[in-house]
Design a protein around this ligand. Structure first.
Ligand SMILES: [Zn+2]
Length: 127
């Protein structure tokens, strides 16, 4: 059951991201402005919430990424990804990135993502 729920949640998030990408690529200016005003604050709040959970503790470890047996030094992968996407990627000119997804991203989304999308069974109450 946890596996199914996890798959449904991941699929919903992927679909939301796909929808936002589609809007960014195809929506007219008034629609884009409306979406930006509603979605950008949600995205920034989401990043803040995620990053707060991954703030280093007093020993300089990420409490979310560390386990009882293995401590993960900050900055963890979440912080690295935030920096890459929000700071480095936002400031550095990478024209090819806008034309196609990064290889790592495409690989990550590969078969698991597409196979989930073909499955119409979604439990009621989760959208
Ligand atoms: Zn972390």
């Amino acid at each position: 059951m946890d596996e199914i729920l996890g798959r449904v949640l991941r699929n919903a998030v992927w679909e939301r991201l796909d929808m936002l990408t589609e809007l960014a690529n195809r929506a007219d200016t008034p629609s884009l402005l409306s979406v930006a005003r509603s979605e950008l604050p949600r995205l920034t709040e989401g990043w803040r919430s995620l990053l707060n959970a991954h703030q280093p503790d007093q020993k300089g470890n990420c409490p979310e990424c560390s386990t009882r047996w293995r401590q993960r030094k900050a900055p963890c992968e979440v912080w690295r990804a935030a920096y890459e996407h929000l700071v480095a990627g936002g400031l550095a000119p990478h024209p090819s990135r806008h034309l196609q997804p990064a290889p790592v991203e495409a690989a990550r989304r590969g078969p698991a993502h597409t196979s989930v999308r073909r499955r119409p069974a979604v439990p009621a109450g989760v959208s």
